[in-house]
Design a binder for this molecule. Structure first.
Ligand SMILES: C[S@@+](CC[C@H](N)C(=O)[O-])C[C@H]1O[C@@H](n2cnc3c(N)ncnc32)[C@H](O)[C@@H]1O
Length: 246
């Protein structure tokens, strides 16, 4: 597997993905999403970077018409099996959220737990990558429809880096890009991953969203298992942005 190839990474990881502890709160997460979106059953929802479809399937169980897009065919294979077992129908699209052109518009869009946003390849420019995703999401939304994103929290990373890591070139404080080889403890075993990561501060996210045509309504703490209308914890892994198409 080539490093930083997220498609290949998730294809291999797919059969084990649902063994990650952060996937265990799906029902509560969808309770929260439904409460935020406030749209009736039957509405169209797009799940960007849907993975094994855990959110898409839970939404479909509640009567929503869901489309899930993901770059990994392995993840979509798991999603399709799970939808069949749950006896629900979801439209699965194998594609790159950076290049996705929606064929119809949606009443709500979700992009949760690093579904595409922030997962940058080694030759990609993080800002271009993530702006393209936001632009496509904005195009997919009906006017005044909502978008919910959970993404990595820049504060926690900034607070964890040492000057020695900056001097070694692991973190560039000018570009805010981390280039690092990290060992991930995955359900299938330990794996070395070459990370190229650009986390955004809430102030930057607000500007990026505005540029894409999305008005940020709220920014809350967003770590999986701890979603709620609460302030960001500086050391938590993820934050949540709730926005509306302008
Ligand atoms: C950590 S998983 C999150 C999956 C799901 N949203 C969840 O909460 O369980 C990240 C997913 O994003 C997908 N992904 C990464 N880059 C993508 C891209 N450019 N376009 C679409 N999907 C992408 C991966 O294949 C993977 O399934």
């Amino acid at each position: 597997m080539s490093i930083n190839d997220w498609e290949a990474f998730f294809d291999t990881h797919a059969p084990h993905y649902m063994n990650n502890s952060f996937t265990k709160n799906t029902v509560a997460e969808i309770d929260f999403v439904v409460e935020q979106l406030k749209i009736p059953a039957g509405s169209f929802i797009l799940d960007v970077g849907c993975g094994t479809g855990r959110h898409s399937i839970e939404l479909a169980k509640r009567g929503y018409q869901v489309t899930g897009i993901d770059i990994s065919s392995g993840m979509l294979e798991e999603a399709s099996k799970a939808a069949y077992e749950a006896k629900v129908v979801v439209e699965w699209i194998h594609g790159d959220a950076v290049k996705y052109t929606p064929t119809h518009s949606f009443d709500g869009v979700i992009c949760l737990c690093e579904g595409a946003f922030g997962l940058v390849g080694k030759d990609e420019d993080p800002m271009e990558h993530d702006m393209a995703i936001l632009n496509n999401i904005c195009k997919a939304l009906k006017p005044k429809a909502q978008f919910i994103l959970t993404t990595l929290n820049a504060y926690s990373k900034i607070r964890s880096f040492t000057q020695e890591e900056v001097d070694r070139g692991i973190f560039n404080p000018v570009t805010m890009i981390e280039n690092n080889v990290v060992e991930w403890d995955l359900p299938e075993g330990k794996k070395l991953v070459q990370l190229k990561e650009r986390r955004y501060l809430p102030t930057e996210l607000q500007e990026m969203f505005h540029k894409a045509g999305l008005r940020v309504e709220n920014i809350w703490g967003g770590t999986a298992g701890k979603w709620g209308q609460r302030k960001i914890n500086l050391d938590e892994v993820e934050i949540m942005i709730v926005a509306t198409k302008e």
